[in-house]
Structure formats: structure tokens, C-alpha cells
Design a protein. Structure first.
Length: 761
């Protein structure tokens, strides 16, 4: 096999990256933070990581529709890219595209070789075989260019001569996908034969046909896209007074704080169980929505907001339940503004989607439960940030229309499904209102400060505190067994009212309803009837109504007439004298023995403790079964409890200025070390083989396979010895590279993780 010469050194992204300045490297790392973690060893490794399919996929996900359209046009224009043809495909002058091209180069999706631009190979792989809905060029389909493709005018003439049925087929395939099915025995067989004979379509198989790229572009009028979307669509907005926006946001923030307190008050004494598959049972969730007096989407948001803020969690017990955490008690004692900021920050950072509660996952199955792992949706934080960024970019008091905002987010994230963006946009706007980040559709002052990374949280606290309704310290008792709180209750009064009454309705004022069950709940908590009436009289601006006094008194008279206690062990003996001696024995005082019948005494101590102490004090008891028989002790074998699996969480990569500077310094040092190694190995035969990461080796192997050229590799065998091999890779799959070595036609396979270095000849 003849020795192949590599192209010029400026043929790769690695050469381009090595030639960038520190500021250009900063822009690359900041726009593609996945390149920084884990830190690459040198600039070659950085470039190799930037050219991997997964990294390029993330980079394309971050492009808006304008940049994506320009990138598709660059791919279609060929390699190296033709900027004049790119401008013609987009209907734009070349100078108007310079900013897009520069930005794509900054992101490492293009690389330069002199005055030429090249698209990174992985970009074409991610975009797929049909960029912008175009099929392959005619020369790739047929191996040659027909005479009818010699000029655009000649191709237009052939298209114009197409019969109506043939033209309909061409029009349907023009905007993609370019692959169609046409049975050779069907009613349109003659039409297909005409299209094939005039080279307007090319057969891929017996019944599959492809529309050549040149034909599609002529049908499109030379345009690559139906509509140019280089600029973002305009938002339709409604003007609001910022003061009314802030007042509405403050009211919603106050209501949220009250709902979280109601949630904790309900789940504290009666925590719901955790489902075996995780999450909150649908029955418990519906009960919570009824307790909070909100609809289920709103209840799901409250639960998830509290969960994100660490105010409730799975207690990780043998029979796990959802309950407030110790953090809730500390949070509940803080000022209202500080409490709100914690909830808002947790919501902004959350990667969960509360709006999915009750919906069915893709592919069918049961509805998604609140607090379950199915609510984890990694793109949620990115989309939420995009929506709030659009709100923050508007002047104060400007509320965007939902449809136009959704269209704007579609433009920002063209790689996302449109229906998902519509659903998420509506959900984020709704949740922002419930949270108080926005009011009447516009961003509140506190929400704007909270979203601004340059502002501190104290500024947001101060902004929201001026618009939170002042808490009230009294209620108005009424004769119909209700109490009206003309505002938000806080502290001990709020806890007392939740204990002694049930919330009947919410709004500007909260209506509480006294019932036998609610009064009994207070008495069960240790309050006496006199204490309840005194507390109500102190809290009310009106006298305690007579019906309420009668209700409390009647419940108190019946409360405690029948009592239920608990014991851990009982002692039964037909000889009452034996029980008398046990009760009189001072050595058994710790058991707190108490007689409940002539022949039965009980103890709160555990059965085994009672058994051992009785034996130590001269008695001879045996253990009794529930049916009265004698229990024979069984020797048990200790087993360690199974560990609960740790919940995995995706931590996003955030590259700050300090990390960027440290990374670039390390990359430069790595390049200096590589230069030293090159100087040391100049005397050795063959090219220098620098230490190469597996990702770098993989990129070089793919490039060599695509260009059908040789690649020098250092390969470590099972004994640790490294051998230099001139390798011609043919295909890469399953972590192995398959091909031939210099001087042999036999196919060999090399594990990529064993390749210590790689370089072109």
C-alpha cells in the first residue's frame, strides 16, 4: 500500500485552536462549558473534545434559529465553504453574515485555514444526511453530472417540461424530506419513469427515490429555507404599571408562603407515605390540593417548590414518608422576604418540571406522580432561563403575549420540539405568577433583581418586602362558627388557627370554619377548653360568639371519657400473690408495673426487658404467644440492612472567570510541554507521537478513515510495550478501530484505549 501524505497542517480544528489567542480561547470555553470539565491536558485535547459528536450536539442545542440557518447554509455550500453561495442561499449579502460566521468560529463549529472556512466534520453528522431537508448532490447519487445539470437554465427547462403529476411529486419533496416511495407497479409508475429518465429523481432501490439537491434548490427558487429567520421574531407586549405588577407579585408571594406553611402543618403530624417507585401517591396529592384549596397544577408547584428548597424530603426510614425537614423550622422563623427569596432561588435552579404531574409519560404508562423521579427534566432550567431572560430584556411593566413569547423561544431553541416549548412556556409563566417573580404577566422588580446575576439577594428581599401584605394579628369571630382573618396570619396565631379551625376559603381574607373535628384536634394537642376560648378571645376583635362557646364546651365534656393507652408487655399469673410481690419489689420499680386486673399487670417496657428483669429478681416467667401458648425462643441471624441507592443528579457545568483563566494557563503549559517533547523526539525515526487522550485518538482515527490516509499510532500491548504502527483505519465501532497496517492487507483491530499516541505521517 503506498504511503499517503497528509494534507496541509491547517486542515484540522486542532491547528486552528492552537493558533487562537487567550481571549479567543476564553470565548470558546465560555460558550461551550462542557469543554472545561474535566480539564483537557492541552489545546490538542481541547480541540478533539470540541469536535466530538456529543459536544457538537450540545453546541448546536445552544444555537438560535438564525445561527442554525447560517450553519446549514455553510454546510450546503461545500468544503471549504463558499460565503457568496451561502449568502445567495439565505438571500443575504456576505457582509451581513460576517457576524454569524465569526460567532460560529468562536464556538468552535468552524475552523479557518488562511482565508478559508471549514465546517467541523461532526457538525455534518449531527445535522444528518439531509441538512435543511436537502438530499445529496447529483454527483454523489449518480457518480457523474448529467448534461441537463450543466446550467441552472437547462435544469429549469427540464423541470418546466414535467407533466402535472410529476410536478406534484417534485413539489412535495422540494422542502424535504427528499426521500420518497413510488411503487414501480403503482398508478404513478409512468410518472416515476419520466422523472428517472429526465434525471430529476434518482433510484435508491426498487421503490425508493431521492430528489437531488440541485433540483430541490431550483424548486425552492434558490432559497435554502422557506422563511429567513436570522433575526428573532418580535414580541407582542401589553403595558402595565410597574407598581401594580409589584403589588400583584407581592400578593402571590405572600400566598405561596402561606401555602407552604399549610403543607408543613398538614404533613408534620400526618406525613404521607413514599411510593415504592418513589413520589407521592395520587390519593395523598388530591388530599393536599383539597387542604390547600388550590387546583392540582398549583398544588404540584407548591410541593415541588418546597422540595427544591429543601423544606421537605423523604425521611429514608424503613417505611419512608414525606415530611418537613429541620430546615423548614429554621426557614419558618426567618423574615417573609428572606423566606421568599429562598423559594425563588430554588425554583430558578431546579431541573424539575412540576407541570408534568398527572400527565402520562411518552410511550404510555401510568400518570406521573408529584415528587417522583419522572419529573426530572434537564432542559427545564435552560428553557426557564430563556423565558425569564426574554421578560428581563423588556422594559419595566411590559407583559409579553404567550403566543409571541413561545414563538420567540422556538427561535432561541430550534433543536427542541415546538410542542414541548409551547407547554413549557405556558407552565413557566404560570409558575412565575404563583411564585411572585412576575405579576400580571410582567417581571416584578424583585424578580428582575433575583434574575440579575450582578445584584445581591438583599436587594431582592428589600424589593419584595415593600409589596408583601402586612401580616395581621387578629381575627373576626362570627356567629356562624367561622372566623375571618382580614390578611395574612403569621407566627403562633397562624399555627393556632390552623390547629383549632379548618380553612374554608382564601383570597384577600381567609375564612376559617370551626367544627367538632377541628376543636377536638386542639384538645388532642393538649389544649383545654378554657385555654382555647381564652386564646380566641385574645385574638378576636369581636366577642366570642355563644354558638362557638357551646361547641367548645360540648366537645370538651365528651373529650377523654374513653381512653386508649399502650403497653409493651403484660404479666399474667393465676396466683395474685405472685403479682403482689412483683408490685412490691423495689428491684422492679424501673418496669413501672401497674395492675389492670386481679391477675394481670402491665409495663411500658419491652417484653424482653421485662422477662430478663423478672428472672434477675428471682421470678421464673416464660414468654406467652398471642393465643396463650408458650413461645419457644428462636435463634435469629443478624443481617445488615440494604443501603438505599443514592439519587443521581446532573450538575450543570458553569465556567466562571477564575476557572477560565486557570484552564487557559494550564492549556498553555500543556502546549509548552508538548513542544519540549517534540524537540526531544526529533532525532527519532518517523513522526513524533505525542501523548494522546482516547478522545483525541478517536477524532484522528475518524479523520484518517474519512480521508483514506495513514496514521502513525503508538500501541501498548498486553505486556506494556509500545509499538509504532502505520495504520490505515477503515471503520471504528465498539471501541475498536479496524483496518490494515503498512505492508499487509490483513484486517487488524486495535483497542482505542490502548493507543498511547497518534499523528499523521
Amino acid at each position: 500500500m503506498p504511503l499517503s501524505r497528509p494534507p496541509s497542517p491547517a486542515r484540522s480544528l486542532a491547528d486552528d485552536v492552537r493558533g487562537r489567542t487567550d481571549e479567543q480561547l476564553r470565548r470558546l470555553v465560555r460558550r461551550r462549558p462542557d469543554l472545561a470539565r474535566p480539564a483537557p491536558s492541552d489545546l490538542t485535547s481541547l480541540a478533539a473534545r470540541a469536535s466530538t459528536r456529543s459536544s457538537v450536539q450540545r453546541a448546536l442545542d445552544g444555537l438560535d434559529r438564525g445561527h442554525l440557518q447560517v450553519l446549514e447554509a455553510l454546510v450546503v455550500s461545500g468544503d471549504p465553504v463558499d460565503l457568496s453561495q451561502t449568502g445567495a442561499l439565505l438571500g443575504q449579502a456576505v457582509p451581513e453574515l460576517e457576524g454569524f460566521v465569526q460567532d460560529l468560529w468562536d464556538r468552535g463549529l468552524l475552523w479557518r485555514s488562511g482565508n478559508e472556512h471549514h465546517v467541523v466534520r461532526a457538525v455534518t453528522e449531527v445535522l444528518g444526511p439531509h441538512p435543511a431537508g436537502l438530499g445529496p448532490a447529483i454527483v454523489d447519487l449518480r457518480g457523474s453530472t448529467p448534461a441537463s445539470y450543466a446550467s441552472p437554465e437547462a435544469l429549469d427547462a427540464v423541470i418546466a417540461s414535467a407533466p402535472p403529476d410529476a410536478r406534484n411529486i417534485l413539489d412535495k419533496l422540494a422542502w424535504g424530506p427528499p426521500i420518497g416511495t413510488l411503487s414501480p407497479d403503482g398508478p404513478l409508475a409512468s410518472v416515476g419513469a419520466w422523472l428517472l429518465s429526465h434525471q430529476l429523481m434518482t433510484a435508491l432501490s426498487a421503490d425508493h427515490f431521492a430528489l437531488p439537491r440541485e433540483v430541490a434548490l431550483r424548486l425552492r427558487g434558490g432559497r435554502l429555507h422557506r422563511e429567513s429567520a436570522l433575526t428573532a421574531p418580535t414580541l407582542v407586549v401589553t403595558a402595565r404599571k410597574q407598581s401594580s405588577v409589584d403589588d400583584a407579585a407581592g400578593g402571590q408571594a405572600s400566598e405561596l408562603l402561606g401555602l407552604v406553611d399549610e403543607l408543613a402543618a398538614d404533613w408534620g403530624p400526618r406525613p404521607p407515605r413514599v411510593l415504592r417507585a418513589g413520589g407521592l401517591a395520587a390519593r395523598d396529592f388530591k388530599h393536599l390540593a383539597a387542604i390547600l384549596d388550590v387546583d392540582q397544577p398549583h398544588a404540584a408547584f407548591v410541593v415541588e417548590a418546597a422540595y427544591a428548597a429543601g423544606l421537605l424530603a423523604d425521611d429514608a426510614s424503613l417505611e419512608p414518608v414525606w415530611a418537613p425537614t429541620p430546615s423548614y423550622d429554621e426557614w419558618q422563623q426567618r423574615p417573609s422576604a428572606n423566606r421568599w427569596v429562598r423559594l425563588a432561588q430554588a425554583w430558578l435552579a431546579s431541573g424539575r418540571a412540576p407541570h408534568l404531574v398527572g400527565t402520562t409519560a411518552t410511550g404510555g404508562g401510568s400518570p406521573i406522580n408529584a415528587l417522583s423521579g419522572d419529573l426530572a427534566y434537564p432542559p427545564m432550567r435552560q428553557l426557564r432561563g430563556d423565558i425569564l431572560a426574554e421578560l428581563a430584556a423588556l422594559p419595566e411593566g411590559q407583559a409579553p403575549d404567550l403566543a409571541s413569547l413561545s414563538e420567540r423561544i422556538r427561535w432561541r431553541r430550534p433543536m427542541r420540539r415546538g410542542e414541548i416549548i409551547d407547554t413549557v412556556t405556558a407552565a413557566v409563566l404560570r409558575e412565575a405568577e404563583w411564585l411572585g417573580v412576575s405579576g400580571r404577566g410582567a417581571l416584578s422588580t424583585a424578580g428582575r433583581l433575583l434574575f440579575d446575576s450582578t445584584a445581591n439577594t438583599s436587594a431582592a428581599e428589600e424589593a419584595i418586602s415593600t409589596h408583601l401584605p402586612s401580616p395581621v394579628e387578629h381575627v373576626l369571630l362570627q356567629a356562624d362558627l367561622t372566623a375571618v382573618a382580614p390578611g395574612r396570619l403569621e407566627g403562633s396565631l397562624a399555627q393556632f388557627m390552623r390547629l383549632v379551625a379548618d380553612v374554608e376559603s382564601r383570597g384577600g381574607a381567609t375564612v376559617y370554619r370551626f367544627s367538632p373535628e377541628s376543636v377536638r384536634r386542639a384538645l388532642d394537642s393538649g389544649w383545654s377548653s378554657a385555654q382555647v376560648l381564652t386564646a380566641l378571645q385574645d385574638a378576636s376583635r369581636t366577642p366570642v360568639p355563644q354558638p362557638l362557646e357551646y361547641l367548645v364546651g360540648d366537645i370538651a365534656r365528651r373529650h377523654g371519657q374513653t381512653r386508649v393507652g399502650s403497653v409493651s408487655a403484660y404479666i399474667r399469673s393465676d396466683d395474685s400473690a405472685v403479682l403482689d410481690s412483683m408490685l412490691a419489689d423495689r428491684g422492679l420499680a424501673a418496669l413501672q408495673l401497674r395492675r389492670v386486673a386481679p391477675t394481670v399487670i402491665v409495663s411500658p417496657a419491652h417484653t424482653m426487658v421485662v422477662l430478663e428483669m423478672l428472672r434477675e429478681n428471682g421470678f421464673a416467667p416464660v414468654t406467652e404467644t398471642t393465643d396463650g401458648g408458650v413461645m419457644v425462643p428462636v435463634v435469629s441471624h443478624h443481617r445488615s440492612p440494604a443501603r438505599r441507592p443514592l439519587a443521581s443528579s446532573a450538575v450543570p457545568s458553569v465556567v466562571d472567570d477564575e476557572l477560565t483563566e486557570t484552564l487557559i494557563s494550564a492549556l498553555r503549559a500543556g502546549e509548552e510541554s508538548a513542544a519540549f517533547e517534540r524537540a526531544r523526539e526529533e532525532s527519532q525515526p518517523g513522526p513524533r507521537l505525542p501523548s494522546t487522550e482516547p478522545a483525541v485518538a478517536l477524532g484522528l482515527l475518524r479523520a484518517a478513515s474519512a480521508d483514506n490516509i495513514g496514521l502513525w499510532i503508538g500501541y501498548a500491548d498486553a505486556d506494556g510495550r509500545t509499538t509504532r504502527i502505520l495504520f490505515y483505519p477503515k471503520r471504528i465501532e465498539g471501541g475498536r478501530a479496524y483496518g490494515s497496517i503498512e505492508g499487509s492487507e490483513v484486517e487488524r483491530a486495535f483497542s482505542i484505549h490502548r493507543i498511547t499516541g497518534a499523528a499523521f505521517t
